[in-house]
Design a protein around this ligand. Structure first.
Ligand SMILES: *[C@@H]1O[C@H](CO)[C@@H](O)[C@H](O)[C@H]1NC(C)=O
Ligand SMILES: *[C@@H]1O[C@H](CO)[C@@H](O)[C@H](O)[C@H]1NC(C)=O
Ligand SMILES: *[C@@H]1O[C@H](CO)[C@@H](O)[C@H](O)[C@H]1NC(C)=O
Ligand SMILES: *[C@@H]1O[C@H](CO)[C@@H](O)[C@H](O)[C@H]1NC(C)=O
Ligand SMILES: *[C@@H]1O[C@H](CO)[C@@H](O)[C@H](O)[C@H]1NC(C)=O
Length: 777
């Protein structure tokens, strides 16, 4: 079987000719740098707004983009804008208020022009909302001195007198993003409890470029963020100044990149988790950096299970990490510290009450861990509180300071509205029905490299491969959807790319943000994204995706909802895709906040009905790197992550769940294994999906992972005995592969080599999950 069909080759050739000529055919000049005048508002404010929600009951009147000033907000720092902002948030029959769990048909951007918006009570955020401030002059939400509310921005409000009931179920609170806002609590008396963000969220969520300003008085009661539970998620480029806590967090898992906390009593207060990865942390002038509740090792007493911190700079702070309970010769909360630079930090790791586990000073901690450490094929655990194996970090993954390279979600703040081209203005409909393949392809062919391509909100139905030439920058609006369907994607024996990101062997910038890719089922032959493009030399992460997700089934328009695919059914009409993302051998990729989700419940039918959707594979990487994966992948039939002949990968917190229906049918059904894609093998004992499967790969750093298996055939009885699945994470013939901070749920083995179980979960109880601190080979 050949991977590329003829027409794919043809379109690849076309894309190649575009690349050779340098620019799209209608380009008069390359895009170059931004031309916005200093006084211009952010392009998102002035660009023409013609986005729609294709499957809303009234697409012609439903408004996606909402400028709060159009709803009466003044932004003058004097007028109380609370009601106006809440009206911009809620108008148009949106999903929230406690009567709606989720919806994909009422998306919105609530936009804040530059200014100071006085608020006196909470901004309650509805499902599927992006709150975006002017990226050039981030606006301020100023809490009034008499502010009365749970938090200035509340992502999951408690219902008054609701006995703890909330608007959304915390582990299904998807599709939220807040960007470019300053939240100022300083008018609230220091002694009054006040919270900037109540951020109780799950996957497909992000915080980007947020600052919270708080009191710096001693014993103040301000707090930048409160997150008590959820199943996240990504946040990055966030700064907390002052407060009792910068952030106080409890959540199954999270990836936090580029967090700065200045002048707080405690920078990060950890309530509970199964695993958090912090990448790039700056802490200045706090009393404690990370203050962690630890020691709960039973299912009913979950504390901070696993904290992995890489690339931190900590200054003038007496204690970097403090746990509430000592690890006395056994696991009581796994901890991994990698490349931690301390300046005037007397205690690096301590215990409440004063004991020092690791002394600090002014020094660098290269690689230190607390927890159970393993190597090779040996299942014998070694409890360590000390130096642990240090990852060999290929320089292609690092910035000039030797940290893991990070690149913020592109927002194109310096670009003028005239430097964007709207896909709808060029003839694409985005109405969920019209075949937009030719219209989209022609915009890409004409404007790649000289305009930023703006996908106005909508659902763009495509029936053949869309080839995105190297040199293209694509921005969606409230997660614009490309939905593939039809006969081109119907044959799992002849899989075909929906999106081809760069022709084979191409190099260049290729940026995609705020998009969702899906199928109208069945589409068992769809490879959602085939990623071929590579960074040009010297331009790390030029090729990447931010806040862009693959969502398969479970949403309006997909034909794979509750009525067609109720849980327990095995319906070939519910085969959603062959493969989620394919990073080919010549590619490099930076994926930040990418959720490859095969729906386990229907987001649009009553919001909670379980469904059975079948996707073959999650993320396949054959790339030689550099690859940065700061994302998650779930519920595919064969595997969630497969690395084959892969090199030079940094994988931040990788979260997976095994499909709830397995082993009925047993993996790989209803798909077959295909040797061309180096699929892992299955047997009567290996009959559930792999969370991660690594073959013939080298220089792979896994810095935090959670591989969960909660069900067998929708039943959870196996949870109590930890036997939902035998093996979930396998490594074959690999060199320089290091896995830190890996948590699993309900699997017999946590790690296998060549499909032979090595690390037994029974030795690593750590609350609801089991955790090992490091494995290397
Ligand atoms: C969420 O967290 C709060 C505070 O820790 C806790 O009381 C509540 O039970 C949690 N809810 C769920 C559904 O986990
Ligand atoms: C980190 O965040 C700060 C504040 O948003 C930003 O100025 C800086 O560029 C970010 N750094 C990286 C590497 O993303
Ligand atoms: C949970 O474990 C911690 C640490 O051992 C302990 O302090 C706390 O009392 C326990 N809580 C419950 C409810 O058992
Ligand atoms: C929301 O989900 C819960 C279960 O998680 C369900 O009991 C409830 O009926 C749902 N509410 C709505 C309005 O669909
Ligand atoms: C899966 O569960 C369903 C419903 O409980 C049951 O009818 C079916 O026999 C089960 N399948 C297997 C293989 O256990």
């Amino acid at each position: 079987m050949s991977r590329y069909s003829k027409s794919l080759l043809l379109s690849a050739l076309l894309a190649f000719s575009t690349l050779v000529s340098g620019l799209g055919t209608s380009c008069s000049a390359p895009l170059g740098s931004g031309t916005a005048a200093p006084s211009d508002p952010y392009w998102l404010q002035t660009v023409k707004h013609q986005g729609t929600s294709a499957f809303n009951s009234d697409p012609s009147s439903y408004q996606v983009f909402r400028n709060v000033k159009d709803f009466g907000a003044k932004g003058d720092g004097i007028t109380d804008d609370t009601a106006a902002i809440n009206s911009a948030m809620s108008s148009g029959g949106r999903c929230g208020g406690g009567s709606c769990n989720s919806s994909t048909v009422t998306p919105a951007i609530v936009y804040f022009p530059a200014g100071t918006y006085l608020v006196s009570s909470a901004i309650d955020t509805y499902y599927y909302t992006q709150m975006i401030g002017d990226a050039k002059k981030p606006p301020t939400l100023l809490a009034s001195s008499s502010f009365n509310g749970f938090a200035v921005i509340d992502a999951d409000p408690y219902i008054p007198n609701g006995w703890g009931a909330q608007w959304f179920s915390n582990q299904d609170n998807f599709y939220r993003s807040i960007r470019n806002l300053i939240i100022d609590l300083r008018q609230i008396p220091a002694s009054t409890s006040a919270i900037g963000l109540h951020w109780q969220v799950s996957q497909a969520t992000s915080l980007i470029n947020i600052v919270v300003e708080m009191s710096t008085a001693s014993n103040n009661n301000h707090q930048g963020m409160f997150m008590e539970n959820g199943s996240g998620g990504f946040m990055g480029d966030i700064i907390f100044n002052g407060g009792k806590y910068g952030i106080q967090v409890g959540n199954q898992q999270f990836t936090v990149r580029n967090l700065t906390v200045n002048n707080a009593a405690t920078a990060v207060s950890g309530i509970w988790n199964w695993g958090f990865t912090f990448q790039g942390v700056t802490i200045n002038n706090c009393q404690v950096g990370f203050d962690l509740a630890t020691g709960g090792t039973t299912t009913s007493n979950q504390t901070v299970g696993s904290e992995a911190i890489i690339d931190a700079v900590v200054t003038n702070t007496p204690i970097f990490v403090r746990s509430s309970v000592a690890s006395n010769g056994q696991l009581a909360g796994s901890l991994v510290l990698n490349n931690i630079k301390l300046s005037n930090v007397p205690t690096a790791v301590g215990v409440a009450g004063g004991a020092t586990v690791l002394a600090g000073g002014t020094t660098t901690i290269a690689s230190w861990g607390q927890g159970n450490v393993y190597s090779g094929t040996s299942g014998s655990k070694n409890f360590v509180q000390g130096n642990i194996v240090s990852a060999n970090k290929p320089s292609v993954l690092l910035d000039s300071a030797g940290r893991i390279f990070g690149k913020a979600h592109p927002q194109y703040a310096s670009y003028a509205a005239s430097q964007f081209i709207s896909i709808k203005s060029q003839g694409a409909k985005g109405d969920g029905h019209t075949d937009d393949t030719a219209a989209i392809q022609s915009v890409l062919n004409e404007y790649a490299g000289c305009k930023i391509i703006f996908f106005d909100a909508g659902t763009y139905h495509v029936t053949d491969t869309i080839t995105i030439p190297a040199g293209t920058q694509i921005v969606g609006e409230a997660w614009s959807v490309i939905m593939a369907g039809g006969s081109a994607f119907s044959d799992q024996k002849n899989p075909r790319a929906v999106i081809q990101a760069g022709a084979a062997s191409s190099q260049g910038v290729l940026e995609i943000s705020d998009m969702v890719f899906t199928t109208a089922g069945p589409a068992p032959g769809a490879i959602m994204i085939e990623w071929n493009v590579h960074d040009p030399s010297g331009q790390q992460a030029a090729a990447g995706m931010w806040d862009s997700h693959i969502r398969l089934g479970g949403a309006a328009g997909t034909n794979m909802q509750y009525s067609q695919c109720p849980s327990g059914s095995v319906n070939s009409a519910c085969q959603a895709a062959f493969l989620g993302i394919y990073l080919t051998s010549g590619s490099s990729a930076y994926l930040e906040g990418t959720w490859v989700w095969t729906a386990d419940h229907d987001l649009d039918t009553s919001g909670s009905s379980d469904i059975s959707i079948f996707t073959g594979r999650g993320i396949l990487s054959e790339s030689h790197g550099p690859v940065w994966l700061i994302g998650t992948s779930e519920h595919a039939a064969l595997y969630q992550y497969s690395l084959v002949n892969a090199q030079n990968h940094y994988i931040g917190f990788a979260q997976t769940e095994t499909p709830y229906y397995q082993p009925s049918p047993a993996a790989p059904a209803p798909y077959s294994t295909v040797s061309f894609y180096n699929d892992p093998t299955f047997s009567s004992s290996i009959n559930m999906a792999w969370g991660m499967y690594i073959q013939s790969s080298s220089n792979i750093i896994i810095f935090g992972a959670g591989f969960y298996s909660f069900f067998q055939n929708y039943s959870q009885t196996c949870l109590t005995t930890n036997t939902c699945q035998a093996q979930i994470f396998n490594i074959d013939s690999a060199s320089n592969v290091i896995a830190y901070s890996v948590s699993t749920v309900a699997t017999t083995y946590q790690l296998s080599v060549s499909q032979n179980g090595v690390i037994r979960s029974s030795g690593n109880a750590d609350g609801f999950q089991e955790t090992f601190t490091a494995w290397s080979k």
